[in-house]
Design a protein around this ligand. Structure first.
Ligand code: HEC
Length: 126
């Protein structure tokens, strides 16, 4: 009886160590999406959303005459597509939307989560 408890304990410890190992690997090799994860409860439009969109969208979607008739690059334009659902629909590659950014890979899970949080928070000009 005592032995089986010992085995359980050892098994538990081994599992614990393995989970720690993976956590540390994420920290040691910060190449994955986890590193860019913004866990703030409120996502800032100017600090977080604009840099992402500037990087991946504003090249084609300008404030006037953007590709596909979608204007981006000012708070008013960005908020408009945030509230009508097109922003998140396109970047999350949801059915019924044209997947964006066009011609390149989908945003990371963390980037998508940050933008979703900004939209769900009312797409504030913060
Ligand atoms: C390389 C140029 C390019 C980039 C980069 C790009 N787009 Fe687009 N986008 C287009 C074009 C072209 C269309 C029109 C596509 C069509 O009508 O077939 C479009 C259409 C859209 C639409 C309309 C989709 C729909 O289903 O109605 C949205 C919303 C959009 N883009 C948002 C974005 C966002 C957000 C980003 C950045 C994550 C982005 N785009 C990056 C070129 C681009």
């Amino acid at each position: 009886m005592k032995k089986s408890i010992l085995f359980l304990l050892i098994g538990f410890l081994v599992i614990s160590f393995y989970s720690c190992y993976y956590d540390k690997a994420d920290l040691l090799y910060p190449t994955g999406a986890a590193v860019s994860c913004d866990t703030s409860t409120v996502i800032s439009y100017s600090q977080k959303v604009v840099p992402l969109l500037k990087n991946q969208c504003y090249g084609c979607h300008t404030p006037t005459g953007g590709s596909g008739g979608i204007n981006m690059g000012t708070y008013a334009t960005d908020k408009a597509i945030a509230v009508n659902g097109k922003l998140y629909g396109s970047i999350s590659h949801a059915a019924g939307f044209i997947p964006m950014p066009q011609g390149t890979s989908k945003m990371t899970t963390c980037q998508l989560a940050a933008i979703k949080k900004w939209i769900d928070g009312g797409a504030l000009n913060n």
